[in-house]
Design a binder for this molecule. Structure first.
Ligand SMILES: NC(=O)c1ccc[n+]([C@@H]2O[C@H](COP(=O)([O-])OP(=O)(O)OC[C@H]3O[C@@H](n4cnc5c(N)ncnc54)[C@H](O)[C@@H]3O)[C@@H](O)[C@H]2O)c1
Length: 332
């Protein structure tokens, strides 16, 4: 096999970005897409020249021409397509978060236990250069033992609205930084205290703060605010400060080197996560999907992010949601 033939399930906003990103990966070919809305299915298939279209993911999964799938339904709809995809024997790239509860994660882990193919959750930040380099420097002892990590991941309020129908800013975005903290701090999360607010009376809170105690003396704090004003010039304000016993690492993904001022005002385009350059999607998503394709092609079990680690993030996130609801510290 010199190419992985991919099917993408769930063609909303991010499913189309997956399709577009696979188009730029030499060893990947998108042969089929599946989504519930026929009009959307047809328009995306025409745009990218994809021959096979399905409205039922079970039919896509029964297609022998497909080796691997990306599951890009929203978080509340991750479980069933993932269980079916594992059963079908295809490699699976499941978008983050793995699921909304640890119980659902365990169902996925059980199904994946004896399978021969690879299942990977798309924790994109592990594939983003700045975080990945920070992790390497920590592992090489450059800043000593990590004492504290502060992370920010804030977005404009209007853009967040569709996601807030499904999940809070904590489950939607703090999940990225909690995964990075779990990755960078060797001890396990021991307790969680979180606060969340919902001034816009949306289905889920759009303002979240999470503090986590790791082991006896390391701390992680995550800020995820999905309520920045419409004039916000960047797609995302993502930062991290990692303080160790011998040094500090600062990451500021909002201090972009590219600033465009035009008649509509200031725009700071994404140059990190999935920017289009010379007609191809580049950045962290392309690195992540290329890694998934490489693992599928070479028979290599994904190790940059494992299913156990993806479940562990949900264990902490679920505790954070409980803490935000009850106002109590949750011991893990
Ligand atoms: N890694 C990242 O940085 C990042 C960024 C954005 C979104 N995401 C993740 O991507 C996923 C999708 O997000 P989105 O904003 O594109 O969601 P969305 O709601 O826009 O799209 C989901 C699509 O899945 C379709 N769908 C749902 N159930 C289906 C089913 N049973 N069969 C076929 N199609 C079905 C819906 O009709 C919809 O078109 C989420 O899990 C989200 O967390 C990740």
């Amino acid at each position: 096999m010199d190419k992985v033939r991919v099917g993408v399930i769930g063609i909303g906003w991010f499913g189309e970005i997956h399709v577009d990103t696979y188009m730029g990966i030499p060893n990947a070919e998108v042969v089929a897409i599946c989504t519930r809305t026929v009009k959307r299915l047809k328009s995306v298939a025409e745009k990218y020249g994809i021959k096979k279209t399905y409205t039922d993911y079970n039919e896509l999964l029964a297609d022998d021409e497909i080796d691997a799938v990306s599951i890009c339904t929203h978080a509340r709809d991750h479980l069933l397509p993932t269980l079916a995809a594992i059963k079908s024997g295809k490699h699976v790239l499941l978008e983050k978060p793995m699921a909304l509860t640890v119980k659902e994660c365990d169902q996925i882990m059980d199904a994946a236990k004896d399978c021969n193919q690879y299942i990977m959750v798309g924790h994109i930040c592990r594939f983003e250069n700045n975080y990945a380099i920070a992790k390497r420097e920590i592992d090489e002892g450059r800043i000593g033992d990590v004492l504290s990590i502060y992370a920010r991941r804030n977005i404009e309020g209007g853009r967040a609205l569709p996601h807030l129908n499904v999940l809070s800013s904590i489950t939607g975005d703090a999940v990225h930084d909690i995964d990075l903290m779990n990755w960078m701090i060797p001890s396990k999360a021991k307790s969680v205290y979180a606060m969340a607010s919902n001034r816009r009376n949306l289905p889920h809170p759009d303002v979240g703060w999470v503090s986590i105690k790791y082991g006896d003396d390391a701390f992680g704090v995550s800020e995820s605010i999905w309520n920045l004003p419409p004039t916000t010039p960047y797609d995302i304000d993502a930062r991290m400060e990692i303080i160790g016993t011998k040094g500090v690492i600062y990451i500021n993904e909002s201090a972009h080197p590219l600033v465009i001022d035009d008649i509509k005002g200031r725009k700071i385009p994404d140059t990190v996560y999935w920017p289009v350059v010379h007609g191809k999607r580049t950045g962290a998503l392309s690195t992540e999907l290329s890694y998934f394709i490489e693992c599928s092609l070479k028979g290599k079990k994904p190790s940059i992010i494992t299913l156990e680690e993806s479940r562990e993030v949900i264990r902490v996130v679920e505790a954070a949601e409980e803490s935000a609801r009850t106002g109590q510290v949750v011991n893990l």
